[in-house]
Design a binder for this molecule. Structure first.
Ligand SMILES: *Cc1c(COP(=O)(O)O)cnc(C)c1O
Length: 372
């Protein structure tokens, strides 16, 4: 078994290669490689329709989109955020000279706990940056209420939340801005890529300037903008990927259900529940290895590795434990007990459209045989 091919936590979805050739031919014919070319425009429009949002600005990756989202709203001072995420969430704050203030997460969703936000607000707080972790929506109403009371902006890191719906609409319509990632490991990928969902055309125009060095026209530069543009190759690939996304998510749903059924009888392993969304994207399959499981989380992680199954401990370590953050007062573990515990118990099992039922079953068998 250990000499079988490794099974990683994810495998990027790729359409048949020959389907991509006509797109490349078009790029070769028109010689427009970037700077908001035809595929860029086509993908922006197609994504707005697919996601059910009005305005969206494509980016070369999700991290530059986060950095730019903060600049678009002129966020400064302190921003309240979660330690339980991919490190780019907090890095985008440091890149803007903003101080991250970590607030603990809710034990059921592992998303920012609204009940703990208010105590972290200071006169320097200007915004909240929550994450819809694993694509499970944050408590958007409670967060918006706090933001309204204290006149704060809300920027969602929605890197995991492609296609997620709550109350009949896209989860991306919440907050002042939401940021997507189309990195290879995400549900919808353009190799590298990202986007900002914005509420109005004016905001999108400002964001479009910021991602193009601050250029407004040939001779006018209005801000120290970055180069965050998505290339035509990535955009064309995105247009093609969008034709396959529903089928890819349907297959993920099947694996999610299979895992849940098979794991339901395994003592000491619990699965994260639905956070109230109408449509999920099944981007991750997180399990918690509880105290009554016979192995420690890292022992189970290693046991799977020995069988060539490469699960991942998202999110361990916490962002607040990395050297550039751990000196912050809010990074202390006593301030973050729920996130600290989750980081010790969490493990994400492989889930992707091409994962076979047999492999998913075998993974659960390895987990289950230990618990007997
Ligand atoms: C993937 C990810 C990002 C970064 O996106 P890139 O496109 O890789 O730059 C940011 N935040 C979260 C939560 C992510 O998972």
């Amino acid at each position: 078994m250990s000499n079988s091919k490794p099974i990683y936590v994810t495998q990027p979805y790729l359409p048949p290669l020959e389907d991509f050739y006509p797109y490349l031919q078009q790029i070769w014919d028109n010689k427009i490689l970037t700077n908001g070319g035809p595929f860029h425009q086509q993908l922006e429009q197609a994504l707005c329709e697919y996601l059910g949002v009005d305005h969206l600005a494509l980016f070369s990756n999700g991290t530059l989109a986060l950095v730019t989202a903060l600049q678009a709203l002129r966020i400064t001072g302190e921003v309240i955020t979660t330690p339980y995420s991919f490190v780019a969430t907090a890095h985008s704050l440091l890149w803007n000279g903003i101080k991250p203030v970590f607030v603990d997460v809710d034990p059921d969703t592992l998303n920012l706990d609204p009940a703990k936000i208010e105590a972290a607000i200071t006169p320097h707080t200007t915004a909240i940056m929550p994450v819809h972790c694993y694509g499970n929506p944050c408590n958007v109403e409670a967060i918006q209420k706090i933001a309204d009371n204290y006149n704060l902006r809300v920027i969602y890191d929605a890197a995991h939340a492609f296609g997620v719906k709550t109350d009949g609409g896209s989860v991306l319509r919440h907050g002042d801005l939401s940021v997507l990632s189309f990195h290879a490991t995400k549900v919808f990928n353009t190799f590298e890529g990202g986007a900002i969902i914005c509420p109005d055309a004016k905001t999108k125009t400002r964001i479009d300037h910021l991602k193009n060095f601050g250029f407004v026209d040939e001779v006018t530069v209005v801000a120290p903008g970055i180069n965050g543009k998505m290339s035509e190759i990535n955009a064309a690939f995105g247009v093609l990927q969008l034709h396959h996304i529903d089928e890819a998510i349907a297959r993920r749903k099947h694996i999610d259900e299979l895992y849940r059924t098979l794991l339901s009888g395994v003592r000491g392993i619990s699965c994260l529940g639905n956070a109230g969304q109408d449509a999920s994207n099944y981007s991750y399959f997180p399990i918690l290895v509880e105290d009554d499981y016979p192995l420690k989380r890292d022992e189970l992680f290693q046991k799977l590795r020995d069988q060539n199954i490469i699960a991942r401990r998202y999110f361990y370590p916490l962002i607040s434990d990395f050297p550039m953050y751990r000196g912050l007062p809010s990074a202390h573990r006593e301030n973050l007990p729920v996130a600290t515990r989750a980081a010790q118990q969490i493990m994400c099992l492989p889930i992707y459209p091409k994962l076979s039922d047999d492999d998913a079953t075998r993974i659960v068998q390895i987990i289950a045989e230990t618990s007997k």
